[in-house]
Design a protein around this ligand. Structure first.
Ligand code: PEP
Ligand code: MG
Length: 600
């Protein structure tokens, strides 16, 4: 969280910092820090029977608060020494207050004795204690400044607990100046979903890598963005000018006149190159030797639809449905989902739309499920390895069946394929197929209009287990969609949100390429279609390699389709296959990068 500017004496000299460019483009503008949204709390009484549950809710909020404070503490290392010296003890005091303090004892006691909700208890007790500190005899003496600070600390910790209790998105963006560069320490995918596409010139964060779900969201929004900029929060100043280059991944704070002039020129060049791509829209997506390569779009948020249609995508290879469940505290019903699926299907005008079942978990937090009590409030120790994707759907049949019903009803408006996330075992496919049969029969009995046949049911191949069991899974699934974002993470044991500078997460590592080749082979043997819809598909330089690995269908964010098409039209199958053979034989990703550079 960004609080008051901790360092009023930061130098204003030009500083360039590297990060991961996740959305190409140049942006110039003043810096605006992400602000916290307003807390709106309703006071509530509870029944005696609910005391234990409210105490548990508070326990979980305390655990989260402690994790957040420890993380903030670690980040202070990037600040100038005097700021670290000022802020460090404050954060330590907050952690200490969470452990044992009059404040926490009184909050727990209020739940039990006054029979109020955890939220009410935190609000009332922190306000009362802050007020009593301000009225203490000390407050009227020379020590009044210290008393005011102490009261503010109590309130600040109270606000942190309240945010965690009500799962309030951390950020609010609407009030920030239009045309500015949004700067944040970190953005959750749900925060990113709140950003209006035309509001900011660019987005920069200190945390995050180029394949995390936040990066995926930002590509959907299409604003130039650089994530994972080490030292950003310590060096940036609210309102001062900065330049962001989403192609190289560099940001420059306090740019001098020379750099500003160059950046303005690059921005014009980038815009005209984008316009130049438009002529490719109507041209076929075939290699120079006439091999058709299907280029489809990933859809993350509904407002991408017009851009996807303009991109000339031949269908939607992956419609993520997490957005339907984000930033809300109730589950979307069948009608709400149907309306959105139908809009997409109709917009694609006869081209297939692949809709994925909810992939909750890991870095994709979904408030509605927590609020509905379907998943625990506390994050799992290892969220990427826990209850996510189809595993959660197995535990939440209502969510699964509502979603399937909306998809089946939507399938009368055009061709639909249904995709299951995070599959490792055949029984996870049968679970969904059985649910689909049940829903189909129910809808038939209710005389709901349905398509002539059930939509194909496919699986994401995004775990090493799914690749290894490919031949078996192919007997249960109608198609495969390779998710290299997660496949890379699970194969290399490297979080997809890790900044690129660590060099641990790279979809071009030869073992990952071999997993892709194995999946293509398993699909070919079984005679089922295989596509690739991870972020790797969006990288134009990777297109020859993917074609060489045997892929004929790629799905990517809409903004990448024409750039990838330009490369596809320039390659020949034999050269692609030679490239893939060399990459598969390489021992490290760096060699694969060199091979791709040499191919250009
Ligand atoms: C993937 O894992 O590659 C994928 C496409 O799914 P997501 O990024 O939504 O996890
Ligand atoms: Mg995935």
């Amino acid at each position: 969280m960004r609080q008051a500017d901790p360092s009023p004496r930061k130098p204003r000299r030009q500083i360039t910092l590297p990060g991961s460019g996740v959305v190409p483009g140049i942006a110039i503008g003043p810096i605006a820090f992400a602000a916290e949204p307003k807390l709106e709390i309703t006071r509530q009484k509870i029944a005696a029977a609910d005391i234990a549950a409210e105490r548990r809710r508070l326990d979980e909020a305390v655990v989260r608060a402690r994790q957040q404070l420890i993380k903030l503490r670690a980040r202070l290392a990037h600040l100038p020494e005097e700021s670290e010296g000022e802020l460090g003890p404050l954060l330590d005091a907050h952690v200490h207050m969470l452990d044992k303090s009059r404040l926490m004892r009184a909050i727990y006691a209020a739940i039990e004795e006054k029979l109020v909700s955890a939220t009410t208890a935190v609000l009332d007790v922190s306000e009362a204690q802050a007020a009593s500190i301000l009225q203490s005899p000390r407050a009227g003496t020379d020590d009044s400044g210290a008393a005011a600070r102490q009261a503010e600390e109590v309130r600040e910790l109270g606000r942190r607990l309240l945010r965690n209790l009500i799962h309030l998105p951390f950020r609010s963006f609407a009030g920030l100046p239009p045309g500015s560069l949004l700067v944040a320490d970190a953005l959750r995918p749900a925060d990113a979903a709140l950003i209006a596409p035309d509001h900011f010139a660019g987005i920069i964060t200190e945390e995050g890598g180029d394949v995390g779900h936040t990066a995926v969201m930002l590509r959907a929004i299409g604003i130039p963005a650089v994530l994972g900029v080490n030292g950003l929060i310590g060096a940036a100043r609210e309102g001062s000018l900065a330049v962001l280059d989403g192609t190289t991944g560099q940001i420059t704070l306090n740019p001098g006149p020379r750099l500003l002039a160059d950046a303005a020129q690059s921005r014009t060049r980038f815009a005209s190159a984008q316009r130049g791509l438009a002529r490719l829209r109507r041209l076929a997506s075939t290699t120079a030797d006439h091999l058709p390569i299907e280029l489809q779009a990933n859809i993350e948020l509904p407002f991408e639809l017009p851009m996807v249609v303009r991109s000339g995508a031949s269908g939607v290879g992956l419609m993520r449905t997490e957005f339907l469940f984000m930033n809300r505290d109730s589950l979307p019903d069948e009608a709400t989902q149907l309306a959105i699926y139908r809009d997409t299907i109709e917009a694609m005008d006869g081209d297939p739309v692949t809709i994925r079942l909810l992939d909750w978990g890991s870095d994709k937090e979904v408030e509605a499920l927590v609020a509905a009590g379907l998943v625990p409030q506390t994050r799992e120790e290892n969220p990427a390895l826990g209850l996510r994707g189809v595993r959660l759907l197995g535990d939440a049949p209502m969510v699964l069946e509502t979603q399937l019903a909306a998809m089946l009803r939507a399938a009368v408006y055009g061709p639909v394929r249904i995709l299951i996330p995070m599959v490792c075992r055949p029984r996870e496919i049968t679970l969904v197929r059985d649910a689909m049969d049940r829903v189909w029969h129910r809808l038939e009995a209710e005389h709901v209009r349905l398509p002539a046949t059930k939509p194909p049911l496919g699986v994401m191949i995004e775990t090493p287990a799914a690749v290894i069991a490919g031949a078996t899974l192919a007997r249960y699934a109608d198609f495969f969609a390779i998710g290299t974002n997660d496949l890379t993470m699970y194969a290399l044991a490297a979080d997809r949100g890790l900044p690129a500078r660590f060099g641990l997460y790279d979809a071009l590592e030869p073992p990952v390429l071999r997993l892709i080749a194995m999946t293509v082979a398993a699909g070919d043997v079984a005679g089922i279609p295989v596509s690739l819809c991870g972020e790797l598909a969006s990288r134009p330089e990777a297109a020859p390699l993917l074609i060489g690995l045997g892929l004929r269908s790629l799905s990517m964010h809409g903004g990448a389709i024409l750039r990838v098409k330009r490369v596809v039209r320039s390659v020949t199958l034999s050269r692609c296959e030679a490239l893939a053979a060399a990459a598969l034989g390489a021992s490290e990703a760096s060699t694969v990068h060199d091979l791709l550079d040499a191919y250009k």
